[in-house]
Design a protein around this ligand. Structure first.
Ligand code: GLC
Length: 417
């Protein structure tokens, strides 16, 4: 299929997944509004409907809690096809939401959307800016206990079952979560999804949050899981800077945001794993590093962080696959090329990593990554993720964020910088 036809198909996917003001990631498997998926959907919409792009961000922020958190799922309408739904999370909010957050890419993508069309965006930006700022303040207050960004649940990372979380997950007791029925494995091949033991532990962490009334202080202090996340740290670092740029654009002070960015950067040495020569996930309860390279470490460039040693290690990981950046190193024993975040390549993450490469003037790498991502989508369609070895399309089909990054970045007709 030529790229003009693929552009058309990508727009049709975004329109088809539009539930009126918000976009579902894919029909069936993910029937609600997900946080970072929505930010990408907005970026995709902005290539053909800027008004709809801003609406997506506004709807996402309509789920914001008083403390500033923007939850990882907004359950606008109950759907029995998804587990764990609003009743399981029990946050008691309207709209119903989950009780954790997700990677804050919204400010970075809002900046792109705004800069492509400042005239249409100015008033919309002015209205969402204080909410984005409050969310960034929440990250600082509730998710940076040691300086870098941490997650309280693997789902908060957006990279649900990647080996990064193995050290923290092994200490979570999942034996008392009671009976439940998963829904995800009814939508897609179970061998591509997290296993049952993982799911028990995900629920145990969720139940701890619900039982303490989603008290963030208690969760960070006593919860069953707390890990420093390099990807989240890089994403937040860049997001602070991008929101600071938007603050300047609006004539607001950028001092607070630039201060948070500087503090994050100063804390980076605490997640430097000497054995890997890379930034690595680290269990904040035990100090243990994950010891596996993957797409999280590749986001360093996205935050303008680089050094030659790290670069050599990462490019070697990339060279072990044929398509895209693997979510985890093929040389590691945990590598599983089709099991969700334990190996597959994700077009959406590739788009962020490429943004990092281009921002650092590394056009050759940015272009290589774009071409490899294009090859996957051309051959397999707008799937959730792909096997990085043979390119097999995996997970959910007609996926919003894959369509979105196609339009905004991968397609030959996309306006790149
Ligand atoms: C999975 C992914 C997460 C994504 C969600 C909806 O949970 O791991 O990153 O936001 O699906 O697409």
């Amino acid at each position: 299929m030529d790229h003009i036809a693929l552009d058309e198909q990508a727009r049709a996917i975004l329109r088809g997944n539009d539930r009126g003001g918000y976009t579902v990631p894919t029909a069936g498997l993910y029937p609600y509004q997900w946080n970072w998926d929505s930010a990408f959907a907005a970026w995709g919409f902005s290539t053909f409907d800027v008004d709809r792009a801003w609406t997506e961000i506004e709807t996402l922020l309509s789920g914001q809690w008083e403390d500033g958190m923007v939850p990882h799922i907004l359950f606008h309408q109950d759907d029995p096809g998804y587990f764990p739904g609003p009743g399981v999370w029990g946050t008691g909010r309207t709209p119903a939401t989950s009780g954790i957050s997700q990677p804050p890419v919204a400010a970075t993508l809002a900046r792109r959307i705004y800069e492509a069309d400042p005239e249409t965006g100015r008033d919309r930006l002015r209205a969402v800016f204080p909410k984005l700022l409050a969310w960034h303040r929440w990250w600082r207050a509730h998710r940076c206990p040691t300086g870098v960004a941490a997650i309280t649940h693997p789902w908060e990372s957006g990279r649900d079952n990647c080996p990064d979380w193995d050290p923290g997950m092994k200490n979570v007791d999942g034996s008392n979560v009671g009976d439940y029925t998963r829904r995800d494995t009814g939508h897609v091949d179970p061998s591509m999804r997290p296993g049952k033991e993982d799911y028990d532990r995900y629920l145990a962490i969720l139940q701890f949050g619900r039982e303490c009334g989603w008290d963030q202080e208690v969760i960070v202090r006593d919860g069953p899981f707390l890990m420093a996340d390099p990807a989240m740290t890089f994403i937040l670092l860049r997001a602070h800077r991008d929101l600071a740029a938007l603050a300047r654009e609006l004539g607001e002070s950028d001092a607070e945001l630039m201060g948070w960015a500087a503090d994050l950067e100063a804390a980076l040495p605490t997640i430097w794993n000497e054995d890997l020569s890379c930034y690595d996930a680290r269990d904040l309860r035990t100090g243990e590093f994950a010891g596996v390279l993957g797409s999280g470490a590749f986001l360093a460039w996205y935050a303008r962080v680089e050094n030659p040693e790290m670069e050599r290690r990462l490019i070697a990981v990339w060279n072990r696959v044929r398509f895209g950046i693997p979510s985890s190193d093929p040389a590691a024993p945990s590598f599983a090329p089709r099991r969700y975040w334990r190996g597959p390549t994700w077009p959406v993450v590739n788009s962020l990593i490429a943004m990092g490469f281009s921002g650092m003037g590394r056009e050759a790498e940015a272009e290589r990554l774009r071409r490899e991502t294009v090859a996957l989508i051309e051959a397999g369609g707008f799937y959730e993720y792909f096997d990085p070895m043979d390119g097999t399309a995996c997970g959910g089909r007609d996926f919003s964020w894959t369509a979105a990054i196609w339009l905004a970045w991968a397609s030959p007709s996309a306006g790149r910088d």
